[in-house]
Design a protein around this ligand. Structure first.
Ligand SMILES: C[S@@+](CC[C@H](N)C(=O)[O-])C[C@H]1O[C@@H](n2cnc3c(N)ncnc32)[C@H](O)[C@@H]1O
Length: 279
């Protein structure tokens, strides 16, 4: 597995810890299996201000947004970009007829398939894995797997954008909006550029770079980035703000006007339908 793919085991380890709390926000009963020992080693190595509570908040925010998008928007095709060790296919309450596409590097998908080989697929839903490099053309592979561009899609880009250079981030987000039917939804997260540069982040950033998966991209203006890439922004939330706290965030949330603050942003975007455009 490539170095960057091991970070999927790191985030799975954080989900395992949340799952094992008495006051858990979600249950991911597969997380400990897919994290393996390396996930917990990385959790220790990348320990930093707020990593574990942030990952619990990110998972919870996205779980709820995913469930809402399929329930309210009637979306039946879900694409998890850089799915890593995400087990939402197994653990979320999907409506019948949903197809979940999991896109990631080939070695990660093979390792995950081996680890979950004994898990029966829940009834009424389908899971398809697609081996890709998201910095190259990949939509052809997704179409071959059965995805239909003319129907609305729920895209989830969780824990990926900071690994990519800015041109690749913009190309990916624009590619998604360009290939999405009206009514599609995009969920994900991005960090501030200050998070890359702040001296307090240095040990964490150095460890990531030493391991071969440096963080490269951040922005102070996620709304602008998303809009410029063709998306209508429904909301952007920092951990600790209303709708992205869940009783887990232990720090104050500095106002957006304060410059130079390491931040994470969770976002929900959509492509308006004809009716919304006309309104
Ligand atoms: C931090 S993990 C996040 C995984 C999962 N979305 C989560 O939140 O737990 C980053 C993931 O991005 C994947 N990844 C990184 N660069 C990629 C690329 N160019 N193409 C496809 N997947 C990539 C890695 O293999 C890894 O699974």
């Amino acid at each position: 597995m490539e170095a960057v793919s091991r970070t999927a085991q790191w985030t799975a380890a954080a989900r395992a810890l949340e799952t094992e709390r008495d006051d858990r926000l979600f249950a991911d009963p597969y997380a400990r299996t897919v994290a393996d020992t390396i996930g917990f080693d990385l959790l220790e190595r990348y320990a930093g201000a707020g990593t574990v509570p942030f990952l619990a908040i990110r998972t919870t925010y996205l779980d709820r947004a995913v469930v809402r998008a399929v329930a309210e928007g009637g979306i039946r095709q879900v694409v998890l970009l850089a799915a890593g060790m995400d087990t939402r296919f197994y653990r979320l309450p999907w409506p019948d007829g949903v197809t979940v596409y999991e896109l990631d590097r080939p070695a990660l998908l093979e390792a995950k398939a081996a680890m979950l080989a004994d898990e029966p697929a829940p009834a009424g839903r389908e899971r398809r894995t697609v081996a890709v490099d998201l910095t190259q053309e990949w939509t052809g592979r997704l179409k071959e797997a059965g995805w239909r561009a003319e129907e609305p899609t729920l895209w989830v880009v969780e824990g990926l954008l900071f690994f990519l250079p800015e041109e690749a981030v913009r190309a990916l987000l624009a590619n998604l909006s360009g290939h999405s039917a009206p009514g599609s939804v995009l969920l994900g997260d991005v960090i501030s550029r200050a998070a890359l540069l702040n001296p307090l982040s240095r040990p964490f950033m150095t460890a990531l770079a030493e391991d071969g998966n440096p963080w490269l991209f951040g922005t102070e203006t996620p709304e602008r980035l998303l809009t410029e890439c063709g998306w209508a922004v429904r909301e952007v939330r920092q951990p600790g703000e209303d709708g992205a706290d869940f009783g887990r965030w232990p720090y104050p949330v500095p106002a957006r006007e304060v410059r130079g603050v390491p931040r994470s942003f969770l976002f929900t975007c959509y492509l308006p339908t004809g009716e919304e455009n006309a309104a």
